[in-house]
Design a protein around this ligand. Structure first.
Ligand code: FE
Ligand code: CA
Length: 524
């Protein structure tokens, strides 16, 4: 999408004159009415432009979506807002010029939630684009564009979505998002590692501000720093997002309340509450996911008409500790223990109920860690990642068995986490289920994490030789774009050859098609 919905933060309102004309035609008094809201400041004065973190939208439904922004005139200095709550007005329009306003209202940005704003808009028309904008005091936000989903009754012929993960700020530029923007996706899915928790390090592309994350102020600052990235902001402003975290939003490889580095569980509970709160504050999430202390109900379902159901999973909050230590190992007895889980029983039951009830042509499991039991070691010895589903083999088999036995329509697993691309046939090679593929897994590489990637055809050949169900592997940066119709699913592995410098061109390294009714990867 080439239309300039977006401008670089910090240069003043994009077209305030136009905005004022619009509100004038609707009676400014009515649009920006000042209700009595306790001690809410209705006409705040800001020390600098307050919308420097951009705007976002997410979790679309047939009649609406959630709109997000956060007032932060000094994003890297604690936000720069006074201790008062502030009124923020919002508008949704049918046109980019914001002349056909269809909904408007006011909400409150409170210091308790870092002056973030989450507006759940309902009552809109299905399956179409909308534009939105915020205003507070005399300042107007950049405009955003978002869309509603089709209803179950409507024909949903096509969905184009992109998915991404792992955007370490220090190790590279978000060039991949600049390319993703031009693809004009209907939806963007982020599968986690949206931020990283480490302290600022020298001699990298960019530098984290602040220490290793622990306190609420630390997590807020880190989210704010990431949100200052122009390419990330532009992608948020161009389409609705569905977000789910992985580990680094809290700490590397944590499992429920078990910290990687042995932080006592009570302390880690506080740290996790801080991390989850800051995550909520900076994401376009509905109030249904509002954190309560260290608990945040993030797993949820979003439907795109009858074409696709997205079952968004949380494989961090409810998992038992990684078995046999976190690293790569052969599957030890603990990895096979049926009492160990990566989803938790409640989420697993929720997933199964949702799959059984789904009317969708494609059932997408949007989640974090690789489900395929990839053997990373050449030769006889087997090495699997205990942080991935093979560390939780009982849950892995339960899910694959459920998909197989209940004949769930076209299951596709989309995955992040490991900064490399994979295309896997998910095979139920246990319990005499025949060894046929029951689902397809596309693993997206990182946006920037691990720095410049590389092609390694030799490694690819080895991986393929060790794992007959793997059809593609690559270690460059990028994202995956998926074009979905009732008849077929196409995934294109888009990559950039470098991220430590700006401006890398886009390359398509591989493309696969899955035909409806045949869970098997075909080279496109
Ligand atoms: Fe990562
Ligand atoms: Ca990860």
């Amino acid at each position: 999408m080439a239309t300039p919905l977006y401008r670089v933060a910090g240069t003043g309102p994009i077209d305030r004159r136009q905005f004022l004309v619009v509100t004038g035609s609707l009676s400014a008094a009515a649009v920006w009415s000042t209700r009595a809201l306790g001690t809410v400041v209705q006409s705040p004065k800001f020390s600098d432009y307050p919308f420097q973190l951009g705007v976002a939208s997410g979790d679309p439904q047939p009649d609406g979506f959630v709109l997000w922004t956060r007032l932060a005139p000094k994003p890297l200095e604690g936000g720069g807002m006074p201790g008062d709550a502030v009124e923020v007005a919002w508008q949704v329009a049918e046109d980019e010029q914001m002349t056909k306003v269809v909904q408007k209202g006011t909400t409150v940005a409170s210091p308790d939630w870092a002056h973030s704003v989450h507006v759940e808009v309902a009552g809109l028309k299905p399956d179409r684009w909308y534009y939105y904008q915020f205003r507070s005091g005399s300042e107007t936000s950049p405009k955003g564009r978002t869309r509603t989903t089709p209803t179950l009754e409507q024909p949903a012929d096509r969905l184009k979505f992109a998915f991404a993960s792992c955007q370490h700020f220090e190790t590279g530029y978000y060039t991949a998002y600049e390319h993703m923007l031009k693809e004009n996706p209907d939806l963007v899915i982020h599968l986690g590692d949206y931020i990283y928790e480490g302290p600022g390090r020298e001699n990298l592309v960019r530098k984290h501000v602040g220490p290793k994350l622990k306190e609420l102020a630390d997590y807020r600052l880190r989210h704010a720093q990431y949100k200052t990235d122009a390419a990330l902001q532009a992608m948020h402003a161009a389409a609705p997002w569905l977000v789910a975290w992985d580990d680094h939003e809290v700490e590397n490889n944590y499992a429920d309340l078990i910290s990687e580095k042995g932080t006592p569980p009570d302390d880690f509970r506080t740290q996790r509450a801080n991390a989850y709160k800051a995550y909520y504050e900076h994401m376009p999430l509905r109030v249904a996911t509002l954190p309560k202390g260290a608990d945040m109900p993030l797993y949820r379902r979003v439907s795109y008409g009858k074409l696709a159901d997205f079952h968004v999973l949380d494989t961090r909050q409810y998992r038992t500790d990684q078995p046999c230590g976190d690293g790569g190992k052969a599957q030890c007895a603990d990895a096979l223990d049926p009492n160990r889980t990566i989803l938790g029983e409640q989420q697993r039951n929720w997933l199964f109920d949702g799959l059984a009830a789904s009317p969708a042509k494609w059932n997408v499991l949007a989640q974090q860690v690789m489900m395929a039991r990839v053997d990373f070691k050449d030769g006889e010895e087997k090495i699997h990642s205990m942080d991935q589903w093979p560390g939780y083999e009982a849950d892995r088999q339960r899910v694959l068995k459920y998909l197989y036995e209940r004949k769930i329509a076209n299951p596709v697993v989309i995955t992040g986490d490991i900064h490399t691309n994979w295309a896997n046939d998910l095979v139920a090679d246990f319990d005499n289920l025949g060894g046929a593929p029951v689902a397809t897994e596309f693993v997206g590489t990182s946006i920037s994490s691990s720095g410049d990637g590389r092609r390694d055809p030799e490694r690819l050949a080895t991986v393929l030789a060790e794992n007959s169900f793997v059809k593609f592997h690559n270690a460059e940066r990028g994202y995956i774009v998926c074009d979905v119709t009732p008849e077929r699913w196409r995934s294109d592995f888009r990559t950039v050859e470098y991220v430590t410098r700006k401006g890398a061109p886009l390359v398509t390294r591989a493309s696969f098609v899955v035909e409806s009714g045949q869970p098997k990867l075909n080279k496109a």
